[in-house]
Design a protein around this ligand. Structure first.
Ligand code: ATP
Ligand code: MG
Length: 650
């Protein structure tokens, strides 16, 4: 990546740096002094956090165990229970504090206190025991965003069972694959879920999956939508099952390294991997990052607007916030139902202080129009966050102006299902931000940018992001496939963890994520990242969202093919196409000009909203499409394929 510096300068033309507001900085949970000490003694830093933030049944004396790399372990002589830490220990002081303000899509609401949650979890934990679920058994959870989802996870954690949450938007086949891979004994599902005003038939999907999965012994069904479903032997209504259960359920003392959950990655790059997380290190990582990155205060109303079906929800809707005793918002439905201002209405109603969402959502809000956030009083917000994809500077600025009222710091947090918790991020009171940059590694996290040979690339410069030392919340393996764990993450660069993402560092050493290395394009001998070209396209006022891929080209090696979604009200035209090519040329250089531009109403995305470039590459090169099971909007693929075929003939 030789020409990355030029590109970066183009991106930074306006040289926008945002300093933490003075008041924010003076009251922040973490100041700049936190970095140096953590960097000198990372293991001590994590041990201190583990002891400070967790109530252990048996305190650990060992930090990192690196006797068998890359199978690292943390706090191996410690014993704890995550449900106990998330619930029981808050009861005395904070039992009546709201854990979740839950908002159903149709408009029904529930305020659930820590005591309510404790009681519900105890009942379900006892019920699961009654169904023969014990320590180490796997439980699949296939629900919409209702409180019972968090309750089910915590009930598993309480008795030492391993949960495998499958996002409620997945099909029966995807569910079956995941149940089968984990050999789950029980499925917890619901009659249905509400999404965009429509009923998602969860139980019917689960029936089809269970028919294929002999490992399932019992099915538990939450009544949510009230639609008619069929119930067979060994299928139980959740509400009936928990009704007569005792509240008290002894939390199982678990070893720090016992398995907590399996979660499948979102499938952007191919077949999902069953990522394994354990107890003590995971909780240490999520509790620490949640507190420092989101700068949590006692009376904050905090909203991570992700789905619990993704790691973001596991770490920052369930375990991090509950361990830290915070009040969260949990919203069941779609952001555009019934109106395009639904989220802003919720922020106004509940006086939300912290909002954490994804760039794909922010670009959708931009596309819908500035008038929707403007309808509401969003002045309660004091901090914004993003995760999931690189955020293009335009979206960053829009987010800050239209949602953050110009005064909220933004934390752009880079991490993965595999890392368990946030790895590269600003600390909002300590680090100045630049739109589009995730800034620097979290304290005690070791990161570097290396070249093909694994040698550190001098600053400024770009290459492959690696993590250079183990961290507590890291994945332990891929479920049932240690070899794939080694091959995927530890084989490319000796002794370093390879996440698969490209990255560069600017003169200040700030990290700019460049997307997946598989997506990086080689045009006439120059490496060009998809992220940069997409950012340049989105810079144009007519563009809401863009995806680019490199397709084989006889002259330049690879030619850049762009797929562009326009803002509402804008029509695509030949003129606009040349205008867009000029914009890219101005901002990056003529070499990065897309050879073809196709306008499309939508882009192929995973169910977590990430653009699936590998499918666009397949389309551009007229190949059979790869794995599409994790795709959210399959219809769009054919539509784009038809348009791409026409544009290729031009
Ligand atoms: P799969 O591994 O199955 O292809 P996935 O990588 O999309 O799926 P996740 O673990 O949910 O599944 O996503 C992690 C990835 O998301 C990161 O590796 C990175 O590519 C991207 N990502 C997350 N946060 C950011 C961010 N703040 N900036 C840039 N990229 C990000
Ligand atoms: Mg990944």
């Amino acid at each position: 990546m030789t020409d990355t510096q030029e590109t970066l300068e183009a991106l930074l033309q306006e040289d926008r740096v945002f300093h933490p507001p003075e008041k924010f900085a003076s009251e922040a949970n973490a100041g700049p002094d936190i970095y140096d000490r953590a960097e000198t003694e990372p293991e001590t830093f994590w041990m201190e956090q583990a002891l400070k933030r967790i109530e252990w049944f048996k305190k650990p004396t060992v930090g990192l165990d690196d006797s068998n790399p890359p199978f690292y372990k943390w706090f191996t002589d410690g014993e704890l229970n995550l449900a106990y830490n998330c619930l029981d220990r808050h009861l005395e002081k904070n039992g009546e504090k709201v854990a979740y303000h839950w908002i159903g899509e149709p408009g029904d609401t529930r305020d659930i206190t820590y005591r309510d949650l404790y009681e519900e979890v105890g009942r379900l934990a006892n019920a699961l025991k009654g169904l023969g679920v014990g320590r180490g058994d796997r439980v699949a959870i296939y629900l919409g965003m209702i409180p019972e989802l968090a309750i089910s996870m915590l009930a598993c954690a309480r008795i030492g069972a391993v949960h495998s949450v499958v996002f409620g938007g997945f099909s029966s086949d995807s569910l079956a694959d995941r149940i089968d891979d984990a050999q789950a004994k029980v499925v917890i599902t619901a009659d249905g879920a509400w999404r965009s005003g429509k009923l998602v038939p969860l139980k019917a999907n689960s029936d089809q999956a269970v028919a294929r999965c002999p490992s399932i012994e019992n099915v538990v069904v939450v009544r949510r939508t009230g639609n008619e479903i069929s119930m067979r032997d060994n299928e139980h209504w959740y509400q009936d099952l928990v009704a007569d259960q005792e509240i008290e359920c002894e939390p199982e003392p678990l070893n720090a390294e016992d398995m907590l959950y399996i979660l499948y990655t979102s499938g952007t790059t191919g077949k999902p991997k069953g990522i394994v997380h354990t107890q003590g290190g995971y909780l240490t990582g999520v509790a620490t990052t949640h507190d420092y990155v989101f700068d949590i205060k006692d009376d904050d109303v905090y909203w991570c607007a992700a789905d619990i079906g993704w790691v973001t929800g596991h770490s920052y809707i369930v375990y991090g916030p509950l361990n830290n005793g915070v009040t969260s918002i949990m919203y069941e439905g779609a952001p555009n139902h019934p109106g395009l201002d639904r989220l802003w209405q919720i922020i106004e109603d509940y006086k939300v202080n912290i909002l954490y969402t994804a760039p794909t959502a922010i670009r959708a809000f931009m596309k819908w129009g500035d008038e929707y956030p403007a309808m509401h009083d969003l002045s309660s917000l004091r901090l914004l966050g993003t995760v999931g994809e690189p955020i293009n500077p335009e979206a960053w600025i829009w987010y800050q102006e239209h949602i953050g009222g110009g005064h909220c710091p933004i934390v752009d947090t880079w991490w993965q299902t595999e890392t368990g918790s946030i790895m590269i991020t600003p600390l909002p009171g300590a680090v100045s931000t630049k739109p589009g940059s995730a800034t620097r590694p979290f304290p005690a996290v070791g990161a570097d940018v290396v070249d093909e040979e694994g040698k550190s690339v001098p600053i400024p410069g770009g290459g492959f992001l690696v993590l250079t030392r183990p961290w507590p919340s890291m994945l332990r393996t891929i479920y049932g496939d240690d070899q794939r764990y080694i091959d995927t993450y530890w084989s490319r660069f000796d002794g370093k963890y390879f996440p698969g993402d490209g990255c560069k560092r600017d003169d200040d050493g700030y990290y700019w994520l460049l997307g997946r290395v598989d997506d990086i394009m080689l045009v006439s001998g120059h490496n060009i990242s998809t992220t940069e070209v997409e950012s340049a396209l989105v810079y144009h006022e007519s563009v809401a969202e863009a995806a680019v891929v490199g397709r084989a080209d006889s002259i330049s090696g690879q030619a850049i093919a762009a797929f562009v979604t326009l803002r509402s009200g804008v029509e695509g035209s030949e003129e606009l196409i040349s205008d867009l090519r000029e914009t890219v040329s101005d901002r990056i250089g003529p070499i990065a000009k897309p050879k073809s531009i196709v306008f499309t109403d939508d882009l192929p995305k995973t169910r977590s909203g990430k653009i699936m470039r590998r499918l666009l590459r397949d389309i551009s090169e007229h190949r059979q499409l790869g794995d599409v099971t994790t795709l959210a909007n399959a219809e769009i693929v054919q539509e784009i394929a038809d348009k791409a075929a026409v544009s290729a003939e031009d």
